[in-house]
Design a protein around this ligand. Structure first.
Ligand SMILES: [Zn+2]
Length: 282
């Protein structure tokens, strides 16, 4: 599943290609979207901006509607020049948005809905911008409150709640716990206030660092031995613990642990020495 930083980069690219320009073409294989377009044509409207909220991508039209998409596991947006061959098969196309310069194609985008401002605000699945770690509207103190509101849950699992910290995915979860020295299976109730602060600050910093212009497509949280010229797609080259089961910890040499976590059984990596389990809940 793409993490928040991937969706952010997609939103930024789509925004550059589409924002401020009139839509010259719209197509979709989803009847609900084409029906909307029949009733309220998107062609002729401007795309005002493209925004990410956690793992959701929002395309705002000047007529007041917002096209909301979620990539789940396999969806993606591509941007092409007119006449340029597509990198994925036509039958994977779900949505096409065109302007005079570009064609944006949503391939295998499994969730796509048209919203009004009201329905968007009401929709509890789509995080508000103050919850998104990449948003300038992100509120640090509110985020700390949301985190400690889950005292009985494991820290690593709560980091994945998109209504607590939107944009943190499974790779970042393990990396944030390692960098803060917190055992991912420690209950939130066992965390000291400064640890809660460190989790939120680190989430914001790490996900933010991965949307810098030169950050490529690989999540990088560890830069120790990485050569800047190699853009390795091997996660073991760029991460502290994720994907490094049995390999020596980059800080202490102890072999990295791995276990499934939470109701969705997401894989979690940690170092038992650098991230000790708190002895008893505070
Ligand atoms: Zn270690």
């Amino acid at each position: 599943m793409p993490e928040g930083d991937t969706i952010f980069r997609t939103a930024r690219s789509l925004g550059r290609a589409l924002a401020g320009k009139p839509v010259t073409g719209f197509r979709s294989t989803y009847p609900r979207l084409t029906r909307f377009h029949d009733d309220t044509p998107l062609t002729g409207q401007l795309i005002e901006r493209v925004e990410s909220r956690g793992k959701w991508l929002l395309i705002h039209f000047s007529g007041g509607a917002t096209l909301v998409t979620h990539m789940l596991m396999n969806g993606s947006w591509h941007i092409y020049r007119h006449g340029q061959p597509w990198q994925k098969p036509r039958f994977d196309m779900r949505i096409v948005l065109e302007n005079a310069d570009y064609i944006a194609v949503g391939f295998k985008v499994p969730v796509a809905e048209m919203h009004t401002a009201q329905s968007l605000a009401r929709d509890r699945r789509i995080p508000g911008s103050t919850v998104d770690v990449l948003s300038s509207a992100f509120d640090v103190e509110e985020a700390e409150h949301r985190l400690v509101a889950h005292p009985g849950e494991e820290t690593g699992d709560v980091l994945l709640h998109q209504d607590v910290l939107a944009g943190v995915g499974n790779v970042f979860k393990s990396e944030i716990c390692f960098i803060t020295g917190i055992h991912p299976f420690a209950r939130v109730s066992a965390l000291a206030p400064e640890q809660v602060k460190a989790l939120v600050a680190t989430a914001r910093r790490l996900v933010g660092a991965n949307v810098l212009e030169d950050s490529g497509n690989t999540i990088v949280t560890y830069g120790g031995r990485q050569r800047r010229t190699t853009n390795s797609s091997d996660p073991r080259q760029s991460l502290w613990v994720y994907g490094r089961y049995g390999e020596p910890c980059r800080r202490c040499g102890h072999p990295i642990d791995r276990r499934l976590q939470g109701p969705d059984a997401r894989v979690t990596f940690w170092c038992a020495v650098c991230q000790p389990m708190p002895e008893q809940p505070r």
